[in-house]
Design a protein around this ligand. Structure first.
Ligand code: GTP
Ligand code: IMP
Ligand code: MG
Length: 377
């Protein structure tokens, strides 16, 4: 049976956590394949509000096995804390439903120190990392001086708490597929933060795109069925780096997006930079990932904006200028709408415009942070 992949199409925080939690019931396993606790997913469902960083967002489904794949980097202190917090919220976690790859690399305290020191040294050219030691941990991995989870037994404090979850995960995943069951791969960050295909050097240190889903799990291309790209109905970015459609945060619309979208980082609390939807970069994400379907999240955040702009690309006659299309917005609330036909006409026009410009089917529209505030098409 197949593996479906969920990948952020922008600069992260598209709402992958909500989607994974929503869809996980149809899968036997949910697997993280890249990144570490730089990620932050907010999941709101009938059990409450959860902030997850390392543990896959499928953990709130009792029958789903959650796997932290070999492509991830793990800060044991954060993982121990996350397990504790989830257990205190009533979520059952055992070595049956949480498995950590023995080949995932450990983020050590020295990696965090180095991350912070490097950022300080970069001064005006800083990347705006999350300060969680991600880059230096991956540097050690690639430099062949990293420490993998299989060596955790050398740290009694950590191995006592995490040892039972550590296994070789490639074979476990293969057996699940051979057994006729489905696997979901949960991307972290977004395609434009990918170390190779993103806005280098303002990127994270792993492959957050489809290639990472292969190398970060040991699955093979023939296993993949759907590759679902997740986009916000607008764009956000945390940290430094180019952002062609950015809107000044002090501008009326900039403020609207930050406040209505609650655009503050789940991991660092930093205010996210906000801007218009960017067709050009979305097409790039679709091309490098092979998205065959897309989800548009946070449509409700655009309610009440009179004129919506969409960046189509740059025209370079003489000095390059950005080309925008303007689409009339809608006054009505879309919050919580669950049927496509109930959307305001202008919202339908906006969505159709995105779908046609991207030449990729929109299969899910999200109209609020909760599981059921979703339109399936
Ligand atoms: P990373 O893995 O860190 O890239 O994050 P993510 O893609 O899981 O997204 P994150 O949870 O950081 O950010 C999305 C935020 O939007 C969360 O606070 C969600 O609760 C919220 N959210 C998701 N979908 C919707 C929606 O349709 N409408 C509104 N208003 N909020 C939403
Ligand atoms: P790092 O991954 O901590 O090294 O940060 C590198 C860049 O990726 C910075 O711009 C971060 O803000 C950004 N980043 C890393 N993880 C996330 C995420 O989960 N959501 C949004 N941005 C992220
Ligand atoms: Mg996030």
């Amino acid at each position: 049976m197949p593996a479906d992949v969920i990948i952020g199409g922008q600069w992260g925080d598209e709402g992958k956590g909500k989607l994974v939690d929503l869809l996980a019931k149809d899968y036997s396993a949910v697997v993280r394949f890249s990144g570490g606790n730089n990620a932050g997913h907010t999941v709101i469902n009938e059990y409450g509000k959860f902030k997850l960083h390392l543990i896959p967002s499928g953990i709130l489904h009792s029958k789903v096995t959650c796997v932290i794949g070999n492509g991830c980097v793990i800060d044991p202190n954060i993982l121990i804390e996350e397990i504790k917090n989830l257990k205190e919220s009533g979520v059952a976690i055992s070595s049956e439903n949480l498995i950590i790859s023995d080949k995932a690399h450990i983020i050590l305290p020295r990696h965090i120190e180095k991350d912070l020191a490097q950022e300080k040294a970069r001064a005006d050219f800083k990347i705006g990392t999350t300060g969680r030691g991600i880059g230096p941990a991956y540097m050690d991995k690639v430099g062949r001086s990293g420490v993998r989870m299989e060596s955790l037994h050398k740290w009694p404090k950590w191995s006592a708490k995490l040892g039972k979850y550590i296994k070789s995960t490639e074979k476990i995943l293969r057996d699940i597929l051979n057994n006729g069951e489905n696997i979901m791969l949960e991307g972290a960050q977004g395609a434009l933060l990918d170390i190779d295909h993103g806005s280098y050097p303002y990127v994270t240190s792993s492959n957050s795109t489809i290639g990472g889903a292969l190398t970060g799990t040991g699955l093979i291309p023939a296993d993949f069925r759907d590759i679902l790209g997740v986009f916000k109905a607008y764009t956000t970015r945390v940290g430094e780096g180019p952002f062609p459609t950015e809107i000044n945060q002090l501008d009326k619309i900039g403020k609207h997006l930050v406040e209505k979208g609650k655009e503050f980082g789940t991991t660092t609390g930093r205010e996210r930079r906000c801007g218009w939807f960017d067709i050009e970069s979305a097409k790039h994400s679709i091309m490098i990932n092979g998205f065959n379907k897309i989800a548009i999240m946070k449509l409700d955040v655009l309610d009440g904006i009179e004129k919506l702009k969409v960046h189509m690309g740059d025209v370079s006659e003489g000095a390059p200028t950005s080309k925008y299309e303007t689409i009339t917005g809608w006054k009505e609330s879309t919050f919580g709408i669950t049927k496509y036909e109930d959307l305001p006409n202008n919202a339908k026009i906006y969505l159709k415009f995105l779908e046609e410009s991207l030449n990729t089917k929109i299969c899910i529209i999200s109209t609020g942070p909760e599981r059921d505030q979703t339109i399936h098409i």
